[in-house]
Design a protein around this ligand. Sequence first.
Ligand code: DSN
Length: 426
Amino acid sequence: MNNILLKNQDPDIANLIDKEANRQNTGLEMIPSENHTSGAVLEALGSRLTDKYSEGYPGMRYYGGCDIVDQVENLARDRACKLFGADHANVQPHSGCPANIAVYFALLDPGDTIMGLKLFHGGHMTHGLKVNFSGTFFNSVQYGCRADGYIDIDEMRKLAHEHKPKLIVSGGSAYARQYEWAKYQEIADEVGAFHLADMSHVAGLVAGSVHPNPVGIADVVTTTTHKTLRGPRGAMILSKGNPSTPLKKVPRTKENIPTLIDRAIIPGIQGGPHNHQTAAIAVALKEAMQPEFKDYAKQVVVNAKTLADELMSKGYELVTGGTDTHLLLINLGNKQVTGAQAEKALGRAGITVNKNTVPHDPRKPFDPSGIRMGTPAITTRGMKKAEMKQIADYINEAITHMDDEATLDRIHGEVTEMCGAFPLAI
Ligand code: DSN
């Protein structure tokens, strides 16, 4: 077996990895769903655990040689339960979409009605977008945001009573305010629906106690592990109650959710778990259990609020007029700039954000009016209020001078210099 270093065996890929690390190190990653993992998480991710097949669950595998990966998965499950107050955690979903697919597969039949927030109002494609599996295999009814940008809970209740969905999804990917999990559960209970809370964006804020926890309120909770939670790419499904042993076929009731979920992941929709990923999730969960993580989560929100206030003082219009979380959604309509133009100018200046629709956007999704940005990754680097004020200046200058290459170059130079004081872990 060869032990040749990557840079000698495959310099093409090694160079690209170096280039990407350099791009991240010298620029501001401000896509709100991104973060920078620790060196320990990366080490677990790049380990021999990736070699092992282990279909099934700890103590119930279809393959031999699973004693050690069983211990890895048990640690990840126990830490997830402890951190979020769940009884049961399935840590095998390969990422967020499969986690949601598994919940639908567990609880629904094709053609059943589901309800989620419109993607173009800040939801997620797996919450019932017509061109996604969730809007194709199921009858999707979608709620939206009010004119002020807040989720329209009254409309949701009305739609729920009218359409009697089997499942209501809360959560989203471009909503700057806290999710009111209990209200969704109340409506789900009124119409006899299951409630899935997708807390992917805010899981790290929940872990750090700066956002309400849906576990124990919602019937079932999904989350990715790589956003505010700062782990590797991956996902988890959390619930109350315990699965049956062995995992037998059970009726679709709330009490049976843990069993239904485990059976939906395997044999339902996935094969072997990614054991290297499970180990890295366990490492990230241990990090999130430390007192410093609470400081981190608090700082993420302080930074987002500071950035929001600074940008609003420069005339930027934030959807809902601010943020409670890690995320800012900016409507550039009043600046005569499109989201795509702003994304490009900011990228040129070393600030990575993404163009995004705003609720009731008069423009098309591929050329929307807004940009979405967030503070999880720059807070991981150690940036605080002073840097947020400087970043707001850079953002404003880059957008105001989006056609001026020299200005964008200068800002990029200054951004790189600022980043030099906040290096990534490795
Ligand atoms: N792609 C994620 C995000 O950016 O929010 C959601 O899956």
